[in-house]
Design a protein around this ligand. Structure first.
Ligand code: B12
Length: 447
């Protein structure tokens, strides 16, 4: 039976809305619910054959009170299986997301969290991140988005973390909030949520000066997020949901009705254009639109006060690339020390992946590449045999006309398909000896 039919039997979608701030009150209600239906349908109709998006989607389902027993069971079962089979390999952020999803809104999965000692295992992974930073010039094993997710889950589920490490490593000036010179709004937002939980954590004996410090970090990060505001968005369309959550708990930004209306209008507009067609994108934007934050997962009212809605069982508007029979010529280049150019012909509506594949077919030596499947799709891990490396803080950056693409190579069909260049790039502005050397190689290649 198709999921949409099962849903028709389930009949109703239930969700709760507990307004606590102006924008949270202005967020989605019975009258404008139709705006977010595509997000819910995207999540309900996805296949979930791979583990990648499970935790984000389950977390959102529970947090906003979407009732689909079948899907909840499937996702929770897959997450538990994944934990059982690769517990040691899970990154700090992956385990944190699993805990947040399984533990969200009092439910039976909390027994699994306790039985498998997941919170103390997360504490160990968090500590390993800190140790790596101590030993390797402040670089975590993963990134600060994941470190913040880990801190958030530890704080919400009474795990162990050192306040001293938190006050030392989460200063707003830390390089890990930046990719190259650009403040990462998603990362800052996750850190604000984690630090807000830490500040509220009454179990912890925290001196007044530590309290003040943490409040200062939160305020400063919230300012940085607001400084990235443009046309209703905070950062870009994919960071806006988590940034909204962060501002709900840390600033007066959304107490200003204009800011609230502007964000909702822009986000609704993007929803209607099919921009959030990946389940993870839908899952990350939806809680804020329903007036929720990740801090609510342990609230006694989490998933309560349901409001009933009829849900459309139509297939969601999937923004799949058009297959118009027109071909286009794309200039494609890869920059390492020197720049290798080519031109390939692909069908109109092709995505970056198609261009990369076509270039690889033309010249394997210059344009061969590898990818790794992730929750956002295929992530480019190497080009010409040169790998991205978290350790060295390098990655392959996707550019179009010199501008970084805001979507991955499988999803960029909305962006102009002309000159596409791939460039190996530093992740942060911080310069250590080796990175400095690498940087100069890069700048030579830019000349
Ligand atoms: C950290 C991060 C990075 C790091 C990841 C490596 C590292 N050292 O950690 C770096 C800086 C390398 C990076 C690169 C890019 N990123 Co990024 N990244 C993030 C961030 C802030 C957190 C990801 C994370 O750790 N999640 C938690 C863990 C538990 O989940 P995970 O699935 O295991 O995480 C992995 C994937 O997310 C993957 N990843 C990171 N970015 C991207 C982007 C794409 C398109 C894909 C397929 C995978 C991917 O790396 C993570 C660690 O292994 C997210 C923000 C968000 N809201 O999710 C943006 C985010 C996922 N990135 C984004 C983008 C656009 C990119 C780039 C395409 C930018 C560019 N123009 O080059 C490149 C990807 C290029 C490539 N090589 O394929 C967008 C994706 C939007 C979309 N619809 O596709 C996001 C949502 C940011 C945003 N608001 O725009 N990113």
């Amino acid at each position: 039976m198709r999921p949409s039919c099962q849903l028709a039997l389930a009949g109703l979608l239930v969700f709760s809305l507990i307004p606590s701030q102006l924008c949270q009150m202005h967020a989605v209600n019975e009258t404008n619910f139709w705006h977010i239906e595509p997000l819910i349908n995207t999540m309900l109709n996805a296949k979930y054959t791979e583990r990648f998006q499970d935790a984000n989607v389950l977390l959102t389902f529970r947090l906003v009170g979407i009732k689909s027993q079948r899907l909840e069971q499937q996702l929770s079962g897959q997450i538990k299986e994944d934990i059982n089979s690769r517990e040691m390999e899970l990154t700090s952020g992956e385990l944190a997301l699993d805990i947040l999803a399984l533990g969200a809104c009092e439910n039976q999965d909390r027994e699994f969290i306790r039985g498998a000692h997941l919170v103390s295992k997360l504490g160990v992974k968090f500590q390993a991140e800190i140790q790596n930073m101590e030993a390797h010039g402040g670089n975590p094993l993963t990134n600060y988005y994941q470190l913040s997710l880990a801190l958030l889950a530890l704080c919400l589920f009474n795990g162990h973390y050192s306040i001293t490490s938190v006050t030392y490593y989460f200063t707003p000036e830390n390089k890990n909030y930046y990719f190259e010179d650009q403040f990462s709004v998603d990362t800052g937002a996750m850190a604000v949520l984690a630090l807000t939980c830490v500040r509220r954590d009454t179990q912890r004996k925290m001196g007044a000066s530590t309290q003040r410090k943490i409040s200062g970090y939160i305020a400063s990060l919230a300012n940085k997020i607001q400084a990235e505001g443009k046309q209703g968005l905070l950062g870009n369309v994919f960071s806006t949901g988590e940034a909204m959550q962060a501002l709900f708990v840390s600033s007066d930004y959304y107490k200003n009705e204009r800011n609230c209306r502007e964000t909702l209008r822009t986000v609704f507009d993007n929803i209607s254009q099919g921009v959030f067609y990946l389940p993870i994108a839908a899952a990350q934007i939806l809680p804020a639109l329903m007036g929720k934050t990740y801090l609510d997962v342990i609230s006694p009212s989490c998933g309560h006060n349901p409001v009933k809605f009829n849900v459309s069982t139509e297939k969601p508007d999937m923004a799949t690339p058009t297959t118009a029979p027109l071909n286009i010529l794309v200039k494609y280049s890869v920059r390492i020390n020197t720049t290798s150019h080519t031109q390939v012909t692909v069908r109109k509506g092709s995505v970056f992946l198609d261009v990369m594949k076509a270039a690889q077919e033309k010249n394997e030596a210059l344009f061969r590449f590898t990818v790794e499947e992730t929750s956002w799709g295929p992530f480019v891990t190497s080009v010409q045999g040169i790998s991205a490396s978290s350790k060295d803080r390098t990655y392959w950056k996707l550019l179009s006309n010199g501008q970084p693409l805001t979507q991955g190579k499988a999803e960029d069909e909305k962006q102009p398909c002309r000159v596409r260049r791939l460039e190996r790039s530093r992740v942060s502005v911080c310069a250590s000896g080796t990175r400095q050397g690498y940087e100069s190689v890069l700048s030579r290649s830019r000349a």
